[in-house]
Design a protein around this ligand. Structure first.
Ligand SMILES: [Zn+2]
Length: 118
């Protein structure tokens, strides 16, 4: 199914960055098969960044109804509650003006960057 339908089944906004961030927290992204998870594709003549995953090593899994059902279950169990809490904290920091430099970033992507370090 397409990303919008998948997001709707998960109860999420239909944005790729958001779906990707949440699936990453749930450890449901899959290794890019083009670069075997290195992010580098040597045969790419211009730069060696893998264009299968844009150098990110992981990519979205096939977006199936079954995956959406699993996401719903895990969400109901609270597997994303820490992530949602960080999102709320970030948003309130922005509202209070403590995070001016973050204003031009999509909040989900800031959390996504933090999730990668954890
Ligand atoms: Zn790749």
């Amino acid at each position: 199914m397409n990303l919008s339908d998948f997001a709707a089944r998960c109860g999420w906004p239909p944005k790729e960055s958001i779906v990707r961030a949440r699936l990453e927290v749930l450890e449901m992204l899959v290794t890019c098969n083009r670069c075997k998870g290195t992010g580098i594709f040597e045969r790419n003549p211009l730069d060696k960044t893998c264009y299968g995953c844009a150098g990110r090593k992981l990519k979205l899994p096939p977006l199936t109804a079954r995956l959406a059902a699993t996401v719903r279950e895990r969400q109901d169990r609270g597997d994303l509650s820490g992530y949602y809490q960080r999102l709320r904290e970030l948003r309130s920091a922005q509202e209070e003006g403590f995070a001016k430099s973050l204003e031009n970033l999509v909040p989900e992507m800031v959390v996504y960057a933090g999730a990668r370090k954890a």
